[in-house]
Design a protein around this ligand. Structure first.
Ligand SMILES: Cc1ncc(COP(=O)(O)O)c(C=O)c1O
Length: 321
């Protein structure tokens, strides 16, 4: 653990390993999270010995539907050990202070994670009383170092690093399991293999912080250039609000498959993350997450994408709306 400006920071090879250590300490119980979360998170919760439970998203904020979350907790407060609140597409504009207060009034021992893994990394004191504010600098994140994650802790649980082995090929196998399950809507059985990288990072926290701050600055300037192209060329009706546009530039369209196919045909690319995974890990249905996922396309604005590619992409989209 690192003390910085009166904050307690944990820093690891990846953000999921921080979640693993915390939920291992909290023990058995259910952990609430959004239906459209990255599958590595529920897999990590299962590896830690707890059970993921999913809440559908609301179509305005694209985050967990708050009433459903609170009703679920109220029904059986002791069943749950934590809530993982995800800032969808990195939108950290939503004020979740009142929500955290309501959650804590139902069960003050619930561990509340403010998952900002897709947001712009920050070392500022969190404005919420979340027990953990979590950031990632892994693959395809805003400050993409391809590894690394850190969390700002609010002093609720002891943070103990659980020593685990890691085998890169097992991580690749897990990613294949996710891909197959998402493509074929089949259930995910998380293997009991060494897929989670809990090795100590090779560089000091100070070096890491320096690297990620430089990377963030460069990534944000690049994103600004690319986003301006999308913003200028694409119609407003299909754009998500600005606060959703840092991680990627997201549009909502009637025919995402047609757009993706047309882009791939021209050696361009885009994606449609994040598919609902609730039905892959449980029997929970998430109609809103499914509906939203069937309409969204994430346009790239990172270093894989040049202004020229962005312009071609926007023109292809316009032809395929
Ligand atoms: C919302 C969210 N939380 C947590 C994680 C895990 O981050 P890491 O890859 O650093 O383990 C991810 C990974 O994609 C994510 O999207």
């Amino acid at each position: 653990m690192i003390k910085m400006d009166s904050q307690t920071i944990v820093y690891e090879q990846r953000a999921s390993y921080i979640l693993f250590n915390i939920f291992k300490e909290l023990g058995k119980g259910e952990v609430l999270m959004p239906a459209n979360i990255c599958p590595i998170v529920p897999a990590t919760i299962i590896k830690a010995g707890a059970t993921p439970e999913f809440i559908d998203i609301d179509l305005k904020h694209l985050t967990m539907e708050q009433d459903q979350l609170l009703e679920t907790l109220q029904k059986d407060p002791q069943k749950y050990t934590g809530v993982i609140w995800v800032r969808t597409y990195g939108n950290n504009q939503e004020n979740i202070v009142p929500l955290i207060e309501k959650v804590k009034s139902i069960n003050k021992n619930l561990f509340f994670v403010d998952d900002q893994c897709l947001s712009v990394p920050s070392f500022e004191k969190p404005t919420t009383k979340a027990d953990l504010t979590l950031y990632s600098t892994g693959y395809s994140k805003i400050a993409e170092l391809d590894w690394g994650g850190y969390g700002i802790l609010n002093g609720k649980v002891d943070y103990n690093r659980v020593l685990i082995d890691f085998d890169e090929t097992k991580h690749d196998e897990l990613q294949n399991i996710f891909r197959e399950a998402i493509n074929h809507s089949t259930k995910i059985n998380v293997p009991k293999t060494d897929w989670l990288n809990g090795q100590k990072p090779a560089v000091s926290f100070e070096e890491y912080r320096e690297m990620l701050m430089l990377k963030t600055e460069a990534a944000l300037s690049h994103k600004k250039i690319i986003n301006e192209i999308y913003d200028e060329l694409l119609p407003n009706e299909i754009k998500l609000a600005d606060s959703f546009q840092n991680w990627r530039f997201n549009i909502k369209v009637q025919q995402p498959a047609r757009i993706l196919a047309a882009l791939f045909e021209q050696d361009l690319f885009a994606s449609n993350h994040y598919a609902p995974v609730a039905n892959l890990f449980s029997d929970t249905e998430a109609p809103n997450a499914s509906k939203f996922h069937s309409q969204v396309v994430n346009l790239f604005n990172d270093f894989r994408y040049s202004p020229d590619m962005a312009e071609k992409t926007a023109k292809i989209i316009l032809k395929n709306l």
